[in-house]
Design a protein around this ligand. Sequence first.
Ligand SMILES: *Cc1c(COP(=O)(O)O)cnc(C)c1O
Length: 360
Amino acid sequence: MPKTSTELRDWIDTAIGRVEADANRSADTHLHTFALPTPGIDLYLKDESVHPTGSLKHRLARSLFLYALCNGWLRPDSTIIEASSGSTAVSEAHFARLIGLPFVAVMPATTSTEKIALIEFEGGRCHLVDDPSTVYDEARRLARECDGHYMDQFTYAERATDWRGNNNIAESIYAQMAAEPHPIPSWVVVSAGTGGTSATIGRFIRYRRHATRLLVADPENSAFLEGWDTDSSDVVTGVPGRIEGIGRMRVEPSFVGGVVDDMMRVPDAASIATTRWVSARLGRLVGGSTGTNVWAALQIAERMRAEGETGSIVTLLCDSGERYTHTYFDDAWLADRDIDIAPYAAALDSYTATGTLTLP
Ligand SMILES: *Cc1c(COP(=O)(O)O)cnc(C)c1O
């Protein structure tokens, strides 16, 4: 089909219409209050688990498909390939099916079986590789081999989303905060996988000239923190992380360090202990990166309290814990990996009882 044909243009129009209709059918995600024992500090959780495909990657996949379609990168005979640790693939498989294209996810063999099942449920195919650092090259190779399109979330996440508005995640948060006691959050706390979410929120904060500061929490073995600290993009850790969806072995091209005000290293044991603590307090299971986010948000709350500040903090509930019942919620899985969450769980219990959070 030639690039200039009316037939191709009609196909693109129809595909864009279907992606837009999916957005039109969707409601905004909730902003939950999350009561803290720290006086004067209000914490909010933006619940990204309620998207049709269960995570904040629904936003990213929608943006990436629109970007690819509007750039003329997709055709009726394209196979879509993505390098993904799981959640992006679930959401992209959904949009690929929506526009009638096959989808293949290239991901580490360690990805949870729950996520593989979700990708297949959405109509996608999984291509597993043993060495997680090879997913990008393997995705590129597959795309070349089948004359398909490598979506490349790690390159395009920061530019596919309309950061000025269009009800992106940041605009939605500020609108939902409008009637709260502290409507302009002192801090927004997120973690980074592609870096797309932090890029959108950080740019929006600056563009709207809000006083809010942006903190990115980074798990063990992730390259983002050192890259941000040393202003370099070539940091490589060589060790894969254990908190799915966040923390990368390299500084991904979509990570925009200039919009990040502060970063914090969160031990995996702290992330997982907090994942369980939040799940118990909410009455529903949340994913591992939500634990990372909330742990960092609690440190910020403590810092604010120590400095006599009051105000609000917003963080993200990125996906649901149902995806991780065989990992973060399984004591045997933790024991196999020598992850001891007990000191952090004790610190959180004592925080609940006393309002003071002491690092183990
Ligand atoms: C991708 C992801 C994140 C981080 O979002 P980015 O916009 O890619 O940085 C956090 N949590 C989960 C579960 C994710 O899948």
